[in-house]
Design a protein around this ligand. Sequence first.
Ligand code: NAP
Length: 528
Amino acid sequence: MTSTIQGEMFIGGAAIKGAGNATYAVAAATGEKLEPAFGTATKDDLERACTLAGEAFDPYRQLPDAQRAAFLEAIAQAIVDLGAELIERAHAETALPIARLEGERGRTVGQLKLFATLVREGRWHGAIVDPAQPQRAPLPRADLRLRRIGLGPVAVFGASNFPLAFSVAGGDTASALAAGCPVIVKAHPAHLGTSELVGRAIQRAARETGMPEGVFSLLIGEGIWLGEALVAHPEIQAVGFTGSRQGGLALLRIAQARPEPIPVYAEMSSINPVVLLPEALAARGEQIARDFADSVALGVGQFCTNPGIVLALEGAALDAFCATAAQAIAAKQAATMLTPGIHAAYCRGVSHLSALEGVSELAHGVATSGAHDAVPTLLRTEARAFLAQAAMEEEIFGPSSLIVACRDIGELRAVLRRMSGQLTATVQLDEGDYEQARTLLPTLERKAGRVLFNGFPTGVEVCHAMVHGGPFPATSDTRTTSVGATAIDRFLRPVCYQSVPDTLLPEALKHGNPLAIWRLVDGELTRD
Ligand code: NAP
């Protein structure tokens, strides 16, 4: 198939080859350059994208809900229409398997459609009406009405590990566009061709549904200057980021140092504790061990929800679990990571953790010849050693996990309490473990955005109830999620209208409820 990739980026309605230094995408499996060369953005390109986004904000956010929903649906369709070229290019750039990428495309498309439904349905307005009480004594109450509006143009940093679902048209972009915010994406250098294809699909959808020009731009940069300048630009009003803790914190600092600070929703690092309670461990230890090993190695461990740490009480059942898990990990082949940098960080992380006092290696997988192949690794330590060395808690992005043996439930709880914020916390339990689980639950709730029982944290459903967030350093804002319908809340803020004449009120707040949306009127939820 002839490639449609031109090495271009998108600034509003224009597709341009950046005049900055050329850069190439790289085949993850071989390290070879992939054609064509991409032009990179100049300061003028950044300025133009930001100016257009600023100009597009008011016309875009004031469009009827149905039109914005149609835009999101058109993006979903345009991504489907990219067909095999998208999957093949993403596979070449990331080495992620074709089936996984096809699944990820389905998730990306489903996510866009979920936000389209949400926008049409209208609850996102958060409309609240407190009618005037002119007779109230001693003072009358004015007519007060609240609705939410978009924050303004949003900068999105595509993530390396989900080239579709967390990248150019991923959850951050979909939720920001749903909230009425124009988006400028900074392409992740690990999948430039994939980014161009998806960017072109969004541009086509914007054209076909009559969106204001600056509603979407995609910029390609060389080095960190572009990301830094984007976050610092006065037109940008919020940031969505998934990646390293270092990168997320650097952007957070820039955002906070601006004359007008803005929120940064950064999803950064998490080691996702899995607690094995005694009855489940004794009854199902072997099965749990095999499933756990699969979860560790899934996608070469390149999931933010990878189970990086296991907590259980020491004893024969844990020893048997370790033996089975070690056998399962030893049978797993090394596989190619997303980038040489991510592979190097994985190797550094494993050797650093292995060298810490009290850590022993239980197993490693089968090494292969690929230069950037990560060998799955299983390590073990004791709670005392863990509690004494904070470095054991650092995320190792890749297929490794650390089993922590605890003397009793008190020590296990102490380990959980010492841990910082997490995206997920998992408990494996049987009925006889319920009482212990009940005592752990308050700690798990404080630590994690999602608490799950008898499963594994890899695999994140896109739905209304999902939380993919958590206390720092899982995210920079513990009140939010980057996956699921409530991800839209990150890009909205409330505005109250006091004594505004009906004709001047936004549709969502007018008397008679012309949009027929759910509203809280005088404290009662109604569509009247
Ligand atoms: P990254 O290095 O944080 O980069 C993510 C994006 O942010 C890239 O577009 C990068 O641009 C930009 N960026 C990073 N630091 C920046 C800075 N100081 N100023 C401006 N822009 C900056 O993440 P990555 O490349 O995806 O992976 C590296 C590591 O991140 C992994 O080894 C892993 O530890 C972690 N990671 C975690 C998750 C998670 O979900 N928890 C997901 C993916 C990666 P440039 O590359 O152009 O500089």
